[in-house]
Design a binder for this molecule. Structure first.
Ligand SMILES: NC(=O)c1ccc[n+]([C@@H]2O[C@H](COP(=O)([O-])OP(=O)(O)OC[C@H]3O[C@@H](n4cnc5c(N)ncnc54)[C@H](OP(=O)(O)O)[C@@H]3O)[C@@H](O)[C@H]2O)c1
Length: 323
């Protein structure tokens, strides 16, 4: 099969399309014929070893010592089940699915093995493969973080980095649950986040949301520049700071800040059940949740896709068309 392979760390050009052996599913795995994946910030991080301050010591363990531990990148897929292992129930060849591979990677290939323990859901039939895959990375991450908090009608939620893959999903899911959403992004992306349901937009190039005296029940930081020390005063008593990305200092101080302030500070992903993921896919099927696609690249142009993701400026998702 053809796959985008990164045999060393480095610039986008290290990713090359090669022939590699087609995988064989284990008893508890599906073999999925991949139609689309995305090139995400996670692929950028793995390829370049770009991790937040202080977390470099994790690189050998999580990303690899001399070369990438996972040579085929891609955390998400939309495709068709080709075959199933002997212990698999609930899926059959021919089923159209979306799946979050997470740290197993492997989505940038014509076929991938997907353990049934992963979040797998029927592909929304109203969406193309390219649209459906754009639900997965941001949607799964948003579900995992929003699971920490109760959101109901009128809950004030601020999303920092609202125009990225994760932020655009958090805005929509918070809105679906009844929140009043404030989106922080550059002015260029204000119309996008408003179209996703944001009630208010703060342009970070002009205003500092942490310095205007306004407060929120939940702040979701998808950028990594809203540590508790900076935004504590912007969080209501009993509120929460969800750190989708943070540095070593943020990791080490989260529990202490929570205990001292009575505000939840966490950088952990809550588990997302297949039921939750399937319910999310049904929202998308009905049109209530919209996948955000910035650009679509063919597998042969995977290095170009990486180059664009490297800019840090993508809006929503960069899709890789594979089949
Ligand atoms: N904890 C986890 O398991 C987990 C899972 C997924 C992602 N993450 C992390 O979460 C972060 C977000 O992921 P993502 O996929 O959403 O990234 P992304 O799609 O690459 O984010 C790009 C967006 O960030 C915006 N942005 C850049 N600087 C900003 C700033 N200072 N303020 C507000 N917005 C800014 C950009 O908009 P402008 O061009 O307008 O600035 C762009 O639209 C990444 O650091 C990723 O590593 C963590």
């Amino acid at each position: 099969m053809r796959a985008a392979v990164a045999r060393r760390f480095g610039a986008p050009e290290v990713v090359q399309v090669e022939e590699v052996p087609k995988p064989t599913p284990k008893p508890d795995e599906l073999l999925v014929r991949v139609h689309a994946s995305t090139v995400s910030i996670a692929d950028h991080r793995l390829r370049t070893r770009d991790v937040p301050d202080g977390l470099g010591f994790l690189i050998p363990l999580s990303l690899g010592v001399f070369r990438p531990r996972k040579r085929v990148l891609g955390m998400d897929v939309a495709g068709v089940v080709e075959s199933v292992g002997g212990a698999v129930t609930g899926f059959a060849p021919g089923d159209e699915v979306i799946a979050m591979l997470g740290g197993s990677f492997g989505g940038h290939a014509e076929y991938v093995r997907v353990p049934v323990s992963k979040a797998i859901a029927p592909k929304p039939s109203s969406l193309s493969m390219e649209e459906a895959v754009a639900l997965v990375f941001g949607g799964h991450t948003a579900l995992a973080f929003l699971a920490h908090v109760e959101i109901s009608s009128g809950t004030e939620v601020l999303v920092n980095g609202a125009s990225g893959a994760v932020g655009s999903a958090v805005v929509q899911l918070a809105k679906l649950r009844g929140a009043r959403v404030t989106a922080v992004c550059s002015g260029t992306n204000a119309d996008l986040v408003r179209s996703l349901g944001a009630d208010r937009v703060i342009d970070y190039t002009i205003d500092d949301f942490a310095a205007n005296g306004e407060t929120y029940d939940v702040i979701v930081d998808c950028v990594g520049n809203a540590p508790f020390e900076r935004v504590e005063g912007s969080i209501e008593p009993g509120g929460a700071l969800l750190l989708v990305i943070t540095d070593l200092k943020g990791v080490l101080s989260a529990k202490r800040h929570s205990r001292r302030s009575g505000k939840l500070v966490t950088m952990k992903l809550a588990p997302v059940s297949s039921e939750d993921f399937a319910e999310f896919a049904r929202f998308a099927e009905s049109g209530a949740f919209r996948p955000v696609i910035d650009r679509v690249y063919d597998l042969d142009d995977v290095a170009e896709a990486h180059r664009y993701v490297d800019t840090g400026r993508k809006r929503g998702n960069v899709v890789l068309r594979i089949a």
